[in-house]
Write a protein that binds this ligand. Structure first.
Ligand code: HEM
Length: 272
């Protein structure tokens, strides 16, 4: 219906209400809001927060994976400008991911304990998207196949990932293409990185190296923040997934996807 000159007139171009795109039909709000289903009996007030925060993480992981795939493609095509744009976005998402743990920390350990036993044996361990993120960054798929029995959909997903390559592989291939290394070897990569950081003609690659460092560092910051929050919530208890909890998570803090970039810092001089 259109109001023209104060009179209501029928406009045949306006689609019927049931077909018209709306905020909620486009964003599937009804479906989205039906997906938070606490299971604790008796009801635990903070379980809704716990569910929502994990779901929000999974949504951001979905976007990061999407962006990582396009990052791998643009770097593979030597398109550094597009990749810088995507790095900026991924970095902004990571900042949100890290900060979001503040919201979870408004839950006290006693409130968490009201529903924690209901979660067994489910755990963040089983976040397939987090594993995909690690693999697309550069972790070996073989290391993750041991998790496959946890969820039947894992194995085909992990195998599918192999076709994308990883950020770390793509970066090394770029060094090959730019003839900075004759073959992929950690010592040769470090030598090439020292040259990149100290010779102004490689300014674009140095900017890329710093973007990769930001990426690696942010993933680490997430791990630190998560383990710190876990200690605050459960102390030294075992995880619901069966690991040693904080002791296990602390070991993951040594993970680096770009170890050579970290290594060369010790050997850098003032440069140009
Ligand atoms: C009260 C909140 C939380 C607690 C107490 C907690 C605890 C733990 C523990 C103990 C582990 C080790 C595996 C195990 O034995 O279960 C773990 C792993 C993990 N958690 Fe959490 N977590 C919490 C919240 C979150 C949130 C909000 C996320 C976001 C997605 C998350 C993602 C993960 C991931 C991805 C792993 C696997 C890490 C790895 O293996 O490197 N956790 N969590």
């Amino acid at each position: 219906m259109n109001l023209v000159g104060g009179k209501a007139t029928l406009n045949p171009k306006i689609p019927s209400p049931e077909k018209e795109l709306t905020y909620s039909s486009y964003l599937k709000i009804k479906e989205l809001l039906s997906l938070q289903n606490p299971i604790a009996t008796p009801e635990a007030h903070d379980e809704l927060l716990f569910i929502i925060i994990h779901q929000v993480y999974e949504l951001w992981f979905k976007l990061i994976l999407f962006e990582l795939k396009s990052l791998i493609l643009s770097l593979g095509n030597n398109d550094l400008i597009s990749s810088f744009h995507t790095f900026k976005r991924v970095s902004a998402i990571f900042k949100v991911l890290i900060q979001q743990l503040d919201v979870l920390e408004t839950m006290t350990p006693t409130d968490f304990n009201k529903f924690r036993s209901n979660l067994n044996p489910a755990s963040g361990f089983q976040s397939l998207q987090f594993r995909e993120l690690e693999i697309l960054s550069g972790a070996s798929i073989e290391d993750y196949k041991k998790f496959a029995p946890l969820e039947p959909e894992w194995l085909p997903k992990l195998n599918q990932l192999q076709s994308h390559g990883s950020l770390s592989e793509t970066f090394k291939n770029l060094l090959l293409k730019r003839k900075l290394i004759p073959q992929i070897d950690s010592d040769l990569i470090q030598k090439a990185l020292l040259e990149i950081y100290q010779n102004p003609k490689h300014h674009d690659l140095q900017t890329l190296c710093e973007a990769l460092m930001d990426y690696d560092e942010q993933l680490l910051l997430w791990r630190y923040r998560h383990v710190q929050m876990v200690e605050r919530m459960i102390g030294m208890k075992r995880g619901t997934g069966g690991s040693l909890g904080v002791a296990y998570l602390s070991q993951t803090l040594s993970k680096r996807f770009f170890p050579e970039l970290w290594e060369i810092r010790t050997h850098l001089s003032p440069g140009y």
